[in-house]
Design a protein around this ligand. Structure first.
Ligand code: NAP
Length: 361
């Protein structure tokens, strides 16, 4: 027996925003974007405002989301949402603004600080959330997760089915403006999520089909968009792969690869997708000893695990981190070895194993 639950109304393709009936969600939108202004440059804001204006829907901007967004940013956004009497949230950007839009919609509706939402996850209710993705990586537009950074610098995933966005808009044209470093880190994040989904102990026949298709698209098109940023055909393929990665992890979750990546991002500032790449190969090769069939399916598009690792190296030559013994110990202590991410990974993972992985970086 297996199940599949993902209630997001997904619109994929050029000008997808014009296919959404925003009047269903209210009269005032709360638009959440990042700080660097990418949502303006890639025209996502212009397209959205032309649709909202035509329907007489007013809006308020919250353009303060940083990378690896903090609890504090969410709480400020939720206060503003309430003060301006908004009806629904629109997140525009990569995983950071999209995750913040989800958390703001919950914080504003519940009248609670985001830190308190972690304790009452499944009793949360939210205002409607429309996500417009402009990176091709996290798949957050179709997931029930919001990954936020706590005041003590830990990346914590808030997970509940109540956080599924109402609508996801994926218009690959918005990704054309991504610089090479963002293209690479987000594209590899999608690859990581797809591979992790296949090797997961809770993968299903349906997530396998979606994930393997996504892996094939990344293999075909990620190197092409790194070479030629303006190729809409290949941008569309990577965007589709990223959304597929969100659809699959919304069922299987991720694995210990993501758990290991969070301390690397919070302590060393290495982007999420790149942080995952530092350990993906080691984990896949370890998982191969415990469940060779899963790894065979995940790596078949590359001709096997070695082929996957060569592909990653060709897109992202890994830096040497030179972590001290003490750093490795601190990072390893942050891994919750009882979390689903760890338990669903084929293999046995204890403190010694995790610390050894960090030492090897
Ligand atoms: P991001 O942090 O949202 O954005 C990275 C940078 O890329 C920002 O400077 C952003 O600018 C810029 N950018 C975004 N779109 C652009 C475009 N089209 N052209 C030019 N620049 C653009 O990156 P991300 O990798 O997509 O998201 C990472 C976050 O998502 C992490 O916090 C991670 O933990 C989380 N995540 C969530 C899930 C989930 O399911 N919820 C899954 C995986 C990861 P702006 O400042 O203008 O936005």
């Amino acid at each position: 027996m297996f199940s599949y639950f993902n209630p997001v109304d997904l619109r994929f393709g050029e000008n997808a925003v014009s296919n959404v009936d925003f009047t269903l969600y209210g009269k005032k939108a709360f638009i959440v974007t990042g700080r660097s202004g990418s949502a303006k440059k890639n025209n996502a804001i212009k397209d959205l405002l032309s649709v909202l204006d035509a329907k007489g829907i007013s809006h308020e901007f919250f353009s303060e989301v940083e990378e690896n967004p903090s609890f504090e940013t969410v709480d400020r956004g939720a206060e503003l949402f309430k003060a301006k009497h908004c009806d629904f949230a629109v997140g525009i950007g990569g995983g950071s603004p999209m995750d913040v839009a989800k958390a703001i919609s919950a914080g504003a509706k519940m009248g609670k600080k985001v830190a308190d939402l972690y304790a009452i996850k499944d009793s949360i209710s939210c205002y409607p959330v429309i996500e417009i993705t402009t990176t091709s990586g996290t798949g957050s537009e179709v997931t029930q997760y919001s990954v936020l950074t706590s005041p003590d610098d830990k990346k914590l995933g808030l997970r509940t089915n109540k956080l599924f966005p109402t609508v996801a808009i994926v218009d690959p044209r918005y990704t054309l403006t991504m610089p090479a470093d963002v293209t690479i880190s987000t594209g590899l994040d999608a690859l990581s999520q797809l591979v992790e989904s296949v090797i997961s102990k809770i993968s299903t026949p349906l997530t396998d089909v979606i994930a393997v298709k996504g892996i094939e698209l990344i293999k075909m098109s990620l190197p092409e968009v790194v070479k030629k940023a303006s190729s809409l055909e290949h941008r569309s393929n990577v965007a589709m792969a990223a959304t597929f990665s969100g659809l699959t992890i919304s069922q299987t979750g991720t694995t210990i690869v993501h758990a290991l990546g969070y301390p690397i991002t919070s302590h060393l500032g290495i982007r999420h997708g790149l942080a995952n790449m530092l350990t993906l190969c080691q984990i896949v090769k370890n998982a191969q000893r415990f469940d060779p069939e899963r790894v065979k399916i995940a790596t078949a598009p590359f001709g096997g695990a070695n082929g996957l690792c060569e592909f990653i190296d060709s897109v992202y030559p890994k830096p040497k981190l030179k972590l001290s013994e003490k750093d490795a110990e601190i990072f390893a202590r942050e891994i919750d070895l009882k979390a689903g991410q760890v338990l669903n990974t084929p293999g046995n993972y204890d403190f010694g194993f995790v610390k050894e992985i960090y030492r090897s970086l």
